[in-house]
Design a protein around this ligand. Structure first.
Ligand SMILES: Nc1ncnc2c1ncn2[C@@H]1O[C@H](COP(=O)(O)OP(=O)(O)OP(=O)(O)O)[C@@H](O)[C@H]1O
Length: 297
C-alpha cells in the first residue's frame, strides 16, 4: 500500500486575537499509529481541519503526501476522516448515512455493508442515528472514514464515548490498519486513552509543539519507579530519606522514583527490613504528559 505521510510545517492559525495554532511542525509516517495529544483547546482539531483543507492556515503549510489536501484528485479517497461524531442527520439511519456519502468517494453498496460490519454496527444499521449513543456515532464516523478504503486516516478523539470494550476494540482495529501500511493519526486529550495504541506521539500545548517522538522515547523520559510494601513503613521512609530517594505513599505501599527494584531490595535487605512486595512499575506516561503540557502552559 502506497500511503502518504502527513506533514505540517510552520503551521499557524489565528481566529481574531486567539492564536489557536502557532509555528507547528511535525510529520506523521505511514505504517504507524500516531497519537496527536494535547489538553482541551490546545489546537488539535484546528490542526486536523487544516490538514483536511477545511480551515485555511494563517501561516505555513499542511500537506498530505507532499501536497495540499485539496490538490489531490479525490482527496476523500486518500484520507478518511472522522472529525466529530455530532455531524450526522439524526433522522437518517446509519445505513442511509453511508449510502448518501458513498458516491462522493466512489464506494458501492457492498462496501457500505462491509464497513458497517467492520465497526460492529450491522445490528443498528437500520436504526435512526438520532437514537445512537455517542459510542455508536463514533463507530459510524469511523465507518464513513473507511468507505473508500483510504491509505490514510485522520480521527479526532475516536475513543471519546466508547466503553472500555469499545476502546480495546478500537485499539486492535487501528493497529491492524497501520500494520497494513496505512498512515493513522488519532487525536486525544488523554494520553492514557491511546497509550496502548500509538507508536509515535506528537504533543502540543497552546497551539505549539512541545514534544514529538516514538512512544518508547517518551516512556524513557518517565523514568523507573519501584513499588514496595512493608510492615514497617516508617523505617522504610527513613531508609529512603537516608539514601536521598524520593518516596511517596501509594495505595497500601510506597513508590520510589528513579531507583530500580534491585537497588531498593538490596538496601532493605542490608537494613534487615522485611518487604512483602517489591515490584517495578510501568512508566507513568500521564505524568510526563502533564509535565510537558503543564510546563508549556
Ligand atoms: N472557528 C473558531 N473561531 C474562533 N476560535 C476558535 C475557532 N476554532 C477554534 N477556536 C479556538 O482555537 C483554540 C484551539 O481550539 P481547538 O478546537 O483546535 O482545540 P482542541 O485541542 O481540538 O480542543 P479539544 O480537545 O477541546 O477539542 C481554542 O481556544 C478555540 O476556542
Amino acid at each position: 500500500m502506497e500511503a502518504p505521510a502527513l506533514e505540517v510545517a510552520g503551521l499557524g492559525k489565528s481566529f481574531g486575537s486567539v492564536r489557536a495554532v502557532d509555528d507547528l511542525s511535525f510529520r506523521v509516517e505511514p505504517g504507524r499509529v500516531t497519537g496527536f495529544l494535547g489538553p482541551n483547546g490546545s489546537g488539535k482539531t484546528t490542526t486536523l481541519r487544516m490538514l483536511l483543507g477545511l480551515v485555511r492556515p494563517s501561516d505555513g503549510r499542511a500537506l498530505v503526501g507532499g501536497r495540499a489536501y485539496a490538490d489531490h484528485p479525490v482527496p476523500g479517497a486518500l484520507v478518511g476522516a472522522a472529525l466529530e461524531a455530532t455531524g450526522f442527520h439524526p433522522g437518517r439511519t446509519g445505513a442511509a448515512h453511508l449510502a448518501a456519502y458513498a458516491p462522493q468517494v466512489g464506494a458501492d453498496r457492498d462496501r457500505c455493508r462491509e464497513v458497517l460490519d467492520l465497526v460492529g454496527l450491522t445490528p443498528a444499521a437500520e436504526r435512526k442515528v438520532g437514537g445512537y449513543s455517542l459510542g455508536m456515532r463514533q463507530r459510524l464516523g469511523l465507518a464513513t472514514a473507511l468507505l473508500a478504503d483510504p491509505p490514510a486516516l485522520v480521527l479526532d478523539e475516536p475513543a471519546n464515548g466508547l466503553d472500555p470494550e469499545g476502546i480495546v476494540w478500537l485499539r486492535g482495529f487501528l493497529r491492524h490498519l497501520a500494520s497494513q501500511g496505512r498512515t493513522v493519526l488519532v487525536s486525544s486529550h488523554v494520553l492514557g486513552e491511546v497509550q496502548h495504541t500509538v507508536d509515535d506521539v506528537v504533543v502540543i500545548a497552546r497551539g505549539r509543539l512541545v514534544h514529538a517522538s516514538s512512544l518508547a522515547e517518551l516512556a524513557s523520559m518517565a523514568g523507573v519507579r519501584t513499588y514496595v510494601e512493608t510492615p514497617d513503613p516508617e523505617r522504610f521512609a527513613a531508609l529512603c530519606a537516608e539514601r536521598g530517594w524520593e518516596c511517596a505513599a501509594r495505595g497500601a505501599g510506597h513508590e520510589v522514583a528513579d531507583v530500580p527494584a534491585a537497588a531498593v531490595g538490596a538496601a532493605a535487605y542490608a537494613a534487615g527490613l522485611e518487604l512483602h512486595q517489591l515490584a517495578t512499575r510501568g512508566a507513568d506516561l500521564e505524568d510526563v504528559f502533564l509535565r510537558l503540557t503543564g510546563a508549556a502552559a
